[in-house]
Design a protein around this ligand. Structure first.
Ligand SMILES: C[S@@+](CC[C@H](N)C(=O)[O-])C[C@H]1O[C@@H](n2cnc3c(N)ncnc32)[C@H](O)[C@@H]1O
Length: 225
């Protein structure tokens, strides 16, 4: 893992067209067709949640871009009554996962598709997401790659609807400030905080690397409740 390296970027401050991009996507729908393999992965996650609750329960925690799944296991241990789904597209990372508590489920899927399927469940009143972890997403630090960042992508309005509380963690201050600003523009009624923090006990593989390298970490919390 090259995670201990600090982010290097040619971008001096938050993306200059941030407001324009966020407003454009706030009023459009992301229509890329959902891949069949993601539908199948989602069906497995649905089956896991149904099996966990045996028909009575709707709360589901998401750990998006969970990597090796370490955070999924930690969140599941801290919330034993709620199924926690860790999602990552990298099979290489997921296969490094350790033994899981019975409320944790790891699934290989593309988030841009998986999130839209989750939103259908939320809108149908079948799932409620009390907490959504987005820990150390790929930062895409080159200015030319900025629109690959989740908050500058057409998926952002979907992501913002997935979680009473959404928590983003990153080792790049600009990413944190952009994410918070994009959320303020798109959801002005939410309570949003952006702060430097130091985890006492790292709960993801990347978090541990960054802590060992004494990097400053940043956290954005979006609270809908
Ligand atoms: C920097 S790693 C962080 C992993 C983990 N959260 C941690 O802190 O150790 C980012 C992870 O996000 C996953 N990822 C990035 N974009 C994704 C996408 N569009 N769909 C699914 N997974 C994605 C990558 O495969 C990678 O495992």
């Amino acid at each position: 893992m090259s995670g201990a390296r600090a982010v290097t970027t040619n971008q001096p401050d938050i993306y200059d067209k941030l407001e324009e991009v966020v407003r454009k996507y706030a009023s459009t729908e992301y229509l890329r067709p959902i891949a069949d393999h993601t539908r199948m992965a989602f069906a497995e996650a649905e089956k896991f949640v149904e099996g966990f609750y045996k028909g009575s329960g709707s709360e589901v925690i998401l750990d998006s871009g969970c990597g090796t799944g370490e955070s999924t296991l930690n969140i599941a241990l801290a919330n034993p009554g709620i199924p926690v789904i860790g999602i990552d597209k990298s099979v290489a990372r997921l296969t490094k996962a350790g033994s899981a508590p019975q409320n944790a489920f790891l699934v290989r899927a593309e988030l841009l598709d998986f999130w839209r399927l989750v939103l259908e469940k939320v809108k149908a009143g079948q799932w409620r997401i009390p907490y959504h972890a987005l820990y150390y997403p790929n930062p895409w630090p080159k200015q030319s790659e900025a629109t690959r960042r989740f908050h500058l992508h057409p998926i952002f309005p979907t992501l913002l609807q997935l979680g009473d509380v959404i928590e983003l963690r990153t080792n790049w201050e600009i990413y944190a400030r952009e994410f918070a600003e994009a959320a303020r523009i798109a959801t002005p009624d939410c309570s949003i905080s952006c702060e430097a923090f130091e985890p006492e006990h790292p709960i993801t593989a990347f978090e541990r690397k960054y802590k060992e390298a004494r990097q400053q970490l940043w956290r954005v919390t979006i609270n809908h409740v």
